[in-house]
Design a binder for this molecule. Structure first.
Ligand code: PLP
Length: 395
């Protein structure tokens, strides 16, 4: 057949998360929206901060439409790149020049571009499992091989596992903090130890092991500090997105930043530009580049996510479920009361609870519950969770 079978497969076998989400939509039509408890997708549930709409209105009123909606430079509008670099410098003291900021269509594009920019035949990319399922798709499409390093039991970094996973073929490690699906936020000492390990591995390899910092949840923490990796490990490529912080997931806007001290920074940045070109991105959405530049560091109502987290976590614990408290992002990663998480999700579905089995995140035996939903959805879902717990005799 004259079509690409890998792509066909990816198109036919939709992501497990999307599959559950589509099922939820169909089910809502059958039995009513309020009777389905869809915890599948990480779609922000709080409105964008007011600055977003204010800036959209201002731009529409003030800028000539031809300029506002036209192509920008491939790497982004110069004033936007300058604003991002200035923000990273002033907020974190990070050594980033505007000339090495590349505006993207969200974290997914930041990742696919960075991976394509780095990847050469035989390269391996280390991910910390459990992890965002699309990493595998992105890495393999870039021609790389995925190597998993399991996280520790508390979902923080397991340095023995990382030391085994990072080898002479490792081009980069992808790190996501705050983490999807576990909610872990890696601390400063932990990241310093990772930097030391990667520096050691780079020396052994005679070439840098890059760190790809995937940070769409940076602002979404419940008190934990999210240290800036650009200051901790110079060979870091920051892949940022405004999808979650500004609740702009559908608008597709983010950036890549390559710090000044990064090995071969100019060559790597040129490869980022080349990868963006080869992947056909042309430029990131022009209106939202400018909106993002005015809303750097802002976020939607994190207090609402915290309320949801506390409500759900406390209730699930009281019902007898096991779950590490999330320090950031908007997911609970709950141990399945039976070894087969898919079977558990099937039982949950009988109570109209839509949960995601952990298998696609690279580990068995857990489920991910996205709590970026209306508080009322959680309140209405609690009796269903309680019945489910009773079915397993949890408490
Ligand atoms: N990385 C992680 C860990 C994510 O959870 C997501 C989205 O859920 C992405 C990347 C992709 O984000 P974006 O919508 O900005 O492409």
């Amino acid at each position: 057949m004259s079509i690409n079978q890998t792509m066909r497969h990816l198109g036919e076998e939709r992501s497990v998360i999307r599959e559950i989400f589509e099922y939820g939509n169909a089910r809502k039509k059958e039995i009513g929206e309020e009777n389905v408890f869809d915890f599948s997708l990480g779609n922000p549930s709080v409105p964008a901060p007011p600055e977003v709409n204010a800036e959209i209105a201002r731009l529409i009123a003030d800028m000539p439409p031809v300029k506002l909606h036209g192509y920008t430079s491939a790497a982004g509008a110069p004033e936007v790149r300058a604003a991002v670099a200035a923000y990273l410098q002033t907020q974190f003291g990070a050594p980033v020049s505007a000339s090495r900021v590349y505006m993207t269509c969200g974290a997914a594009a930041s990742l696919t571009i960075s991976l394509a920019a780095m990847s050469e035949a035989g390269d391996e990319f280390v991910v910390v499992a459990p992890c965002f399922p699309e990493y595998r798709v992105f890495i393999e499409r870039a021609g790389g091989k995925v190597v998993e390093a399991r996280a520790a039991a508390d979902f923080h970094l397991d340095f023995a596992a990382l030391a085994r996973a990072v080898g002479s073929r490792t081009k980069a490690v992808i790190l996501n903090s705050p983490n999807n699906p576990t909610g872990a936020v890696y601390g400063r000492e932990e990241l310093a130890a990772l930097a030391a390990l990667l520096a050691e591995k780079s020396a052994e390899r005679g070439a840098p092991v890059y760190l790809i910092a995937d940070e769409p949840y940076r602002e979404l923490t419940y008190g934990a500090e999210v240290p800036c990796l650009l200051n901790i490990y110079p060979d870091t490529v920051l892949c940022y997105s405004f999808s979650k912080s500004l609740s702009l997931a559908g608008e597709r806007i983010g950036y890549i930043a390559v710090p000044d001290g990064c090995t071969d920074a100019d060559a790597l940045f040129a490869a980022v530009c080349g990868a963006g070109r080869a992947l056909g991105y042309v430029c990131a959405p022009a209106l939202f580049q400018r909106v993002a530049a005015k809303c750097l560091g802002k976020s939607g109502d994190i207090a609402a996510y915290r309320e949801n987290r506390d409500l759900l976590w406390n209730a699930l614990r009281a019902y007898g479920f096991e779950c590490v408290p999330p320090e950031g992002a908007f997911y609970l990663f709950v141990r399945s009361p039976e070894p087969d998480a898919k079977a558990f999700c099937a039982r949950a579905k009988k109570y109209e609870l839509l949960l995601v089995p952990s298998d696609s995140f690279g580990v068995p035996g857990y489920v991910r519950i996205s709590y970026c939903v209306a508080k009322e959805t959680i309140q209405s879902a609690l009796p269903a969770f309680e019945k489910l717990a009773k079915e397993y005799g949890l408490r």
